[in-house]
Design a protein around this ligand. Structure first.
Ligand code: ADP
Length: 499
C-alpha cells in the first residue's frame, strides 16, 4: 500500500489531507520516462519553448490565489508574505528568463589564432544537461523551486521535482502550471529524495539543511553528478553608531521575523555598537512587541523546528541571556512561538552559533565595526550579512572583508527575490548558485564544436615528428616573445614539413 503524507495546518493542527508518496523503487522509471519527454522538448525550437513558458507564466499568475491558499495552509506564513515572497517576484522571474534565455544560451564564436590553427572555426554551444533532480524545502515552497524550474525547462532540460514532504500540495500545483513540459513530481520524504539522486538524473539542485546537503552532495559525487547545494545561514546585521536607527530597527526586525524567522537569510544575530545599543534595543523591542501572531508573524512550519527554537532559547536563558520580549511558545493551539528579543547572549550559546529557524532576534553589543566583522566572519556559515550606516560608501568598502555570498548596506535578505542576482553562499552555506546567468552552469553544459576547412593533408603537430617540427616549435615560442625575426624560420620550417 502506498505511504501517505499526512499534512496538518501548522496554525491549528487541522488536517489538510493526505498525499500519496511515490514509491522510491519507482523513481528511476519516472526519471526514464521524463527523459523521453525531455528529448522531444530539447529538440523543440527555443522560440516554441519560450511561447509555452509564456503560457505557463499566465497560468501561474492566474492561479495566484490557489497558490497563496496552499502556501498559507501548508507552510503557515501570513497571506501578505505568501503574496510578497512567492507570487509578486515570480512574475519578474519568468520575465527575466523569458527575455534572457536566448542571449544567455546563444552560441559563442571563439576566435582561434590563424597561425597555429589555420582554416578552423570554433564555437561554444550550450546543451541541456538532460534531467535535473530538484529537491526543495518547505520555507518557500513555490518560489524556491521556480528559481530552477523556469530556467531549466527553458534551457531544454527535463526536471524531476521532489517538493518537501511538508508542502506536497504546493509542489503538485506547480506541476499543473508547466503542463505539457517534461516535469514530473515525486512526493515523499528523505528516502524519495535519495532515490532521486540515485535514480539516473544528470544534475542535482538541492536547497535545504546542511546535514541533508552533505548527504546529497556526497551521493551526487559518487555518481560524478554536477550538484548545487544551497544551505542554511546564521546571518548577521551590524549596526554602526551613524546608522539611521529607525530604519535599522524596522529593517532588522523584518529581516529577523519574516516567515517567522524561517528564511535561510533571516537575521539571526545583531551586532550593535555600544554607543547606540540602548536606543536600538528600545526601538527593536517596541517594534517586536507590537507584532501580531497570525498577521505579521506566522507559526513555525514543523514541530521539529518549534522544539529546536524552544531549546535554543531556553539554553540561552539558562546561560544568562536576558529576554526583552517573547521567549516562549505562544499559549495557543498550533506551532506558535512568541516573537522574541534576547540580549546578553554569548557566541558559545547555540542561539548564536547554530541555525535558528524561528522568530528570535539575539542582540550582541560590540565596541566597533572591526569587532563586529570578526564575529560575523567567525561563523561556520556565510550566506548573507547586512551593515547599517549612513555612510554608504564606507559600508561598500567593507564588502570585500565580509565572508558571505550577499552583503547589503542598509537592507537585508530581499535579493533572493531578484532573478538577475546570484544567490549563493560560502562555507557551510553551500556552493550552489541560483539566479542570474551563473545559475545556468548547473543546468546546461558547454559543448565545443570545431569546424575545419583546411585543405592541408596534415596539421603541423601530426606525425611524423622531425627536425622541422622542432624548428617550427622554437620559432613559435620566439614569436610569442615578440621576436618577429622568427617568422622567416617558421615559414622555412612549414615549407620543409609540408613539401
Ligand atoms: P528542511 O528541514 O529545511 O526542509 P531538509 O534538508 O531536511 O531541510 O530537507 C530539504 C529537502 O531534502 C526536503 O525535500 C527533504 O525531503 C529532502 N531530503 C531529506 N533527506 C534527504 C536525502 N537523504 N536525500 C535527498 N533528499 C533528502
Amino acid at each position: 500500500m502506498a505511504t501517505l503524507l499526512k499534512i496538518a495546518s501548522p496554525r491549528d493542527g487541522t488536517p489538510l489531507g493526505e498525499v500519496p508518496a511515490t514509491d522510491p523503487a519507482k523513481v528511476q522509471a519516472i526519471v526514464e520516462s521524463c527523459r523521453r519527454a525531455q528529448a522531444e522538448w530539447a529538440a523543440t525550437p527555443l522560440s516554441e519553448r519560450i511561447a509555452r513558458m509564456k503560457a505557463a507564466r499566465r497560468r501561474f499568475l492566474e492561479r495566484a490565489e490557489a497558490f497563496v491558499e496552499r502556501i498559507t495552509a501548508e507552510n503557515g506564513k501570513p497571506e501578505a508574505e505568501a503574496w510578497m515572497s512567492e507570487i509578486v517576484p515570480t512574475a519578474d522571474l519568468f520575465d527575466y528568463w523569458l527575455k534572457n534565455i536566448r542571449p544567455h544560451l546563444a552560441r559563442e564564436r571563439v576566435p582561434l589564432n590563424p597561425v597555429n590553427y589555420p582554416g578552423k572555426t570554433a564555437f561554444i554551444e550550450y546543451r541541456p544537461r538532460g534531467i535535473i533532480g530538484l529537491i526543495t524545502p518547505w520555507n518557500l515552497p513555490v518560489a524556491i523551486p521556480l528559481r530552477t524550474l523556469v530556467p531549466a525547462l527553458l534551457a531544454g532540460d527535463g526536471v524531476v521535482f521532489k517538493p518537501s514532504e511538508f508542502t506536497p500540495r504546493c509542489g503538485a500545483l506547480l506541476a499543473e502550471v508547466f503542463e505539457g513540459m517534461p516535469l514530473e513530481v515525486v512526493q515523499g520524504a528523505g528516502e524519495v529524495g535519495r532515490a532521486l539522486v540515485e535514480g539516473g538524473v544528470d544534475a542535482v539542485i538541492f536547497t535545504g539543511s546542511v546535514a541533508t546537503g552533505k548527504k546529497v552532495a556526497s551521493a551526487a559525487a559518487e555518481r560524478l553528478l554536477p550538484c548545487s547545494v544551497e544551505l542554511g545561514g546564521k546571518d548577521a546585521a551590524i549596526v554602526l553608531a551613524d546608522a539611521d536607527l529607525d530604519r535599522a530597527a524596522h529593517g532588522i526586525v523584518w529581516g529577523a521575523l519574516h516567515f517567522a524567522g524561517q528564511d535561510c537569510s533571516s537575521v539571526e544575530r545583531v551586532y550593535v555598537v555600544r554607543e547606540v545599543a540602548d536606543a536600538f534595543l528600545k526601538r527593536v523591542t517596541e517594534e517586536v512587541s507590537r507584532l501580531r501572531l497570525g498577521v505579521e508573524v506566522g507559526p513555525l512550519t514543523t514541530p521539529a523546528q518549534l522544539e529546536i527554537v524552544e531549546r535554543q532559547v531556553q539554553e540561552a536563558v539558562a546561560k544568562g541571556a536576558k529576554v526583552l520580549c517573547g521567549g516562549r511558545r505562544a499559549p495557543k493551539e498550533g506551532l506558535w512561538f512568541e516573537p522574541t528579543v534576547l540580549t546578553d547572549v554569548g557566541e558559545e550559546m547555540s542561539i548564536l552559533c547554530e541555525e535558528t529557524f524561528g522568530p528570535v532576534l539575539p542582540v550582541v553589543i560590540v565596541e566597533d565595526a572591526k569587532e563586529a566583522l570578526s564575529r560575523v566572519n567567525a561563523s561556520e556559515y556565510g550566506l548573507t550579512a547586512s551593515l547599517w550606516t549612513r555612510d554608504v560608501m564606507a559600508g561598500w568598502h567593507l564588502a570585500a572583508e565580509v565572508e558571505t555570498g550577499v552583503f547589503m548596506v542598509n537592507n537585508h535578505s530581499f535579493t533572493g527575490a531578484v532573478p538577475a542576482l546570484p544567490w549563493s553562499g560560502v562555507k557551510r552555506s553551500g556552493y550552489g548558485v541560483t539566479g542570474s546567468h551563473l545559475a545556468l552552469e548547473s543546468l546546461v553544459r558547454p559543448q565545443v564544436v570545431l569546424l575545419d576547412r583546411s585543405r592541408a593533408k596534415r596539421e603541423m603537430w601530426w606525425f611524423p615528428y622531425d627536425e622541422a617540427l622542432l624548428v617550427a616549435a622554437r620559432a613559435l615560442r620566439d614569436l610569442a616573445l615578440g621576436r618577429v625575426g622568427a617568422l622567416g624560420r617558421l615559414l622555412g620550417a612549414f615549407l620543409r614539413r609540408f613539401k
